[in-house]
Ligand binder design. Structure first.
Ligand SMILES: CC(C)(COP(=O)(O)OP(=O)(O)OC[C@H]1O[C@@H](n2cnc3c(N)ncnc32)[C@H](O)[C@@H]1OP(=O)(O)O)[C@@H](O)C(=O)NCCC(=O)NCCS
Length: 241
């Protein structure tokens, strides 16, 4: 786009340092506390560690999610594609204040959940995914990110939307989340309904969701030995879903 300057310029071409442009197009990060790792007992007796994904793990995650995107059942394709772009958005700094959590069993990547801070009050729930089925891993990952938003980040509201019936069943229905009027309110994921939770509802009702559903809670602190076991993440050799 070109608009005539309103004063004569002695030099009418500007050379711009790309780093100056980057400063404008990147969202300056807020100062947020890190995710403290948590552990949870799964129904097959194994222990899943939940921790923040590391930057250097992003390329490996992208490669694996690239395969998940090709799964054509249970909406793994659309959710996989979104997650691919969100991991890339985190890596390339094209998401505002994202948090990216992974669920690991003995270092094996089995669960994913992410979100981002819209502002100081509202967290946007992006996606949750079980990379291994039947252990309620997805349910746990979603709870873990909401707990982080409310209890650690001090957020007042949680805005989610559902791109699969399984997701809606787990949390829209499972957490009895109300929705804002549509189309007045639209979630950034495709403009669908915003399902929400407020802090008071989290405290009074949802805090015990995991205990009710999984019969186990997130536990902290995590012993060093378990942290060590899950320090190095590896992706499954094949698609397990
Ligand atoms: C939605 C999702 C995260 C829920 O994960 P989850 O809580 O670990 O639960 P699962 O999907 O494995 O299973 C759901 C239920 O169906 C059963 N089930 C469904 N498909 C299954 C399968 N292929 N193998 C084993 N169990 C299966 C489970 O036993 C479980 O029963 P339960 O309610 O008694 O626990 C997961 O289905 C997923 O990743 N889907 C694709 C991505 C997606 O839709 N994400 C949410 C976007 S809104």
């Amino acid at each position: 786009m070109k608009v005539e300057p309103t004063e004569r310029l002695t030099k009418d071409t500007l050379n711009i340092d790309a780093r100056e442009v980057e400063a404008l197009i990147q969202a300056p990060p807020m100062d947020i506390p890190p995710y403290e790792p948590a552990m949870v007992k799964l129904k097959d007796g194994s222990t899943m560690l939940i921790r923040a994904a590391k930057f250097e793990e992003a390329p490996m995650m992208l490669e694996y999610v690239g395969k998940v995107m090709k799964v054509d059942h249970d909406y793994y394709d659309i959710v996989g594609s979104r997650i691919y772009s969100e991991i890339l958005g985190w890596l390339r700094k094209r998401l505002k204040d994202p948090y990216t959590l992974v669920g690991l069993i003995d270092g094996l990547w089995v669960g994913f959940a992410n979100g981002r801070l819209y502002n100081e009050d509202i967290s946007i729930s992006l996606h949750s995914m079980a990379l291994k089925r039947g252990l309620r891993i997805g349910a746990i990952m979603y709870y873990a990110k909401a707990q982080y938003a409310f209890d650690i980040l001090g957020q007042k509201e949680w805005w989610a939307t559902y791109e699969s019936p399984n997701g809606w069943m787990r949390w829209g229905l499972g957490m009895a989340q109300p929705s804002y009027p549509w189309p007045e309110y639209q979630h950034e994921l495709g403009g669908a309904r915003v399902f929400y939770m407020k802090k008071d509802y989290w405290d009074r009702v949802i805090r015990k969701y995991l205990l009710d559903l999984v019969k186990a809670d997130l536990e902290r602190p995590v012993p060093d030995e378990l942290l060590k076991k899950n320090d190095k993440m590896r992706v499954p050799e094949e698609i397990l879903v």
